[in-house]
Design a protein around this ligand. Structure first.
Ligand SMILES: NC(=O)c1ccc[n+]([C@@H]2O[C@H](COP(=O)([O-])OP(=O)(O)OC[C@H]3O[C@@H](n4cnc5c(N)ncnc54)[C@H](OP(=O)(O)O)[C@@H]3O)[C@@H](O)[C@H]2O)c1
Length: 255
């Protein structure tokens, strides 16, 4: 906790939201992609949806970080660069590379929730790393095992997500719109290795920054992606009779 009551309240809010989301998302799945369905109100084209959804994570983090006192300290700068490498890709490149179904939409209600939570997480992490995290301002943090392990997890998770997203994207030849059984990479163990990679990546970031803000973001990511991975796995089993039976949803050999 910090001496900033507003910051602390937002932090608690994100932890509470992550807990509530876990329950809600086990009951119902967000209606996009494989789970797209009617009855969730109007939507906007999926590429714009991704852009608008992810932009607050990119911009709000950058705004608070770049206005903080320790923005030129080495450790915070490394964490800032890692965050932004992910979000520059997710905001500006990923939406353009999607091989989306014609008419695919992001529902506005989902978009609004996403914008609020991404802005909150960008605010918490940008401000904490640039301003409040005293342990990060000394270069000795570079040799701390928490930092080293955290960076390794971040890099491994990042690589797993990007590789799995690329395998998924290449399932559709240009112009194709259907679904196929994904193969290769970590798909041999789980149906949603892209989600697993994302959770590992933000777990690594939380460890490297040793912060409740990072932990809140990891909790939020897991709350979002674990129930969705379970739904996607069930969807694959129902859709494809020949779907590999030994494959799990998101955690190899376990879940
Ligand atoms: N940090 C967070 O809280 C959070 C939240 C959500 C997503 N993400 C990340 O954002 C990325 C995308 O998420 P997502 O939920 O959209 O992933 P997804 O459902 O796996 O879909 C990714 C892309 O691959 C296509 N695709 C998926 N399965 C396919 C199949 N069997 N055959 C052909 N094409 C297939 C999808 O098309 P369709 O759209 O037509 O299904 C979509 O274009 C992931 O890396 C995820 O980790 C992060």
């Amino acid at each position: 906790m910090t001496n900033d009551p507003f910051f602390n309240n937002v932090l608690i809010g994100v932890f509470i939201a992550a807990a509530l989301f876990t329950i809600v998302l086990f009951i119902t799945t967000a209606p996009y992609g494989k789970q797209e369905r009617d009855g969730w109100g109007p939507g906007i084209p999926i590429r714009w949806g991704w852009f608008l959804l992810e932009f607050p994570s990119f911009a709000v983090f950058a705004w608070f970080y770049l206005n903080s006192d320790h923005r030129f300290s080495a450790v915070p700068l490394v964490l800032f660069i890692l965050w932004e490498i992910h979000y520059v890709h997710r905001t500006f490149i990923y939406p353009l590379r999607l091989r989306a179904k014609p008419g695919a939409q992001e529902k506005i209600i989902i978009l609004l929730f996403g914008i609020i939570f991404n802005a909150s997480n960008g605010y918490l992490n940008g401000l904490y790393i640039g301003q409040y995290a005293e342990h990060l301002y000394s270069n000795s943090w570079f040799s701390d095992p928490r930092f080293i392990l955290g960076i390794l997890l971040f890099a491994g998770g990042f690589a797993l997500t990007k590789h799995s997203d690329a395998l998924l994207r290449n399932l559709r030849k240009p112009g194709e719109t259907g679904y196929k059984i994904p193969v290769g990479g970590a798909f041999r163990w789980v149906s949603c290795p892209n989600y697993l990679g994302e959770i590992i990546q933000w777990g690594g970031f939380a460890l490297a920054s040793w912060s409740l803000a990072g932990l809140a973001f990891m909790a939020f990511t897991a709350a979002n992606l674990i129930p969705r991975a379970i739904s996607n796995h069930k969807w694959y089993l129902e859709k494809f009779e020949q779907y590999p039976k030994e494959r799990k949803s998101v955690i190899p050999f376990i879940l």
